[in-house]
Design a protein. Structure first.
Length: 317
């Protein structure tokens, strides 16, 4: 991919991050050595290709919506330019997001302004608790069970809805029956409505109940494959686990703070939304989710001053 445009004058120093036997970054200090902010950004961006539409929507949800939700296209070009995206690619991606219903576009003179479509703004608000809320708080939502009636919709729509359920932490308990231990009612109803309300049976919501640990493990093994979620959390801590030590010594410049904040959220959302936040008794002792949340909670606030200063000078609404 194109070179990140947030480099400072530092070179890369130190060895590769320390890892445990599973290949994950070590907990606590997360790594024995630190690199520069620029090298952490570069390595994080190169771990997997950045998808322009995902990057734009992450910036909208994390940076633009809290500041009013409307932004000039030129500001989007400037922000995504830090990640090496060209102006034509950004313009095309923004238009595609509009055609797909994610964004709204308003022309004012020669300028184009974008905002999140109302439906997805509501969904984003509903999903915020799944990203920022603690596991203990989310588990208070209790269990959600629903049935998908595939015979009422075409195969393509059914496949998309099933993917959306899995991306949001639902496990498949039986054919066409999905279960979730912690999702809020607003988020659950948005997912099923977006996929076609007529295809989904009643949503049963229940308070958390005491379940025998052995029975709980059987339920988890039946309904969920936690391997991809584990890998996503490990990838997150490997990519950003050196930041606490580095931030303790110095602060990033404004562009670096915004780029780090955005990439962290992009990586973190991928795992956090898919994580069902199962009861602790159902998780392995080395489950990396809590470690990832601790890292996010420690680093994200320290990136806010610089990133907000960058947004103040860059966003035109």
């Amino acid at each position: 991919m194109a070179k990140l445009k947030t480099e400072d004058k530092e070179g890369v120093s130190g060895d590769s991050p320390s890892r445990d036997a599973s290949g994950a970054a070590l907990p606590g200090k997360f790594a024995a050595h630190t690199h520069s902010f620029a090298s952490i950004l570069k390595e994080a961006a190169e771990r997997r290709p950045l998808r322009p539409k995902s990057l734009i929507m992450t910036i909208f949800g994390d940076s633009i919506v809290p500041r009013g939700g409307v932004v000039w296209l030129g500001s989007i070009v400037s922000m995504t330019g830090l990640f090496g995206l060209s102006e034509p690619l950004v313009r095309t991606s923004a238009l595609r997001l509009t055609y797909d219903g994610w964004l709204k576009r308003e022309q004012v003179g020669k300028r184009s302004y974008y905002s999140m479509a109302e439906e997805f703004a509501v969904a984003d608000a509903a999903y915020q608790s799944r990203i920022y809320g603690s596991s203990a708080e989310l588990r208070m939502n209790g269990w959600t069970i629903l049935k998908l009636f595939k015979e009422k919709i075409d195969r393509k729509t059914a496949f998309r809805l099933q993917q959306e359920l899995e991306r949001n932490g639902f496990g498949q308990l039986a054919p066409h029956v999905f279960i979730h231990p912690s999702i809020g009612e607003a988020a659950a109803r948005h997912i099923t409505t977006a996929g076609g309300r007529s295809a989904v049976g009643p949503i049963f919501l229940g308070a958390s109940a005491s379940i025998d640990p052995q029975m709980m493990r059987h339920l988890v093994d039946t309904a969920w494959d936690l391997t991809p979620i584990r890998e996503s959390y490990n990838e997150f801590t490997e990519a950003f686990g050196r930041l606490p030590d580095l931030l303790a010594r110095k602060a990033p410049n404004k562009e670096q703070a915004f780029a780090l904040r955005t990439l962290m959220m992009l990586y973190f959302r991928r795992a956090a939304l898919r994580d069902p936040r199962l009861p602790i008794s159902a998780l392995d002792d080395d489950w990396p989710g809590e470690r990832a949340y601790e890292l996010m909670g420690e680093v994200y606030p320290k990136l806010l001053p610089g990133s907000e200063a960058y947004l103040e000078q860059t966003l035109e609404t």
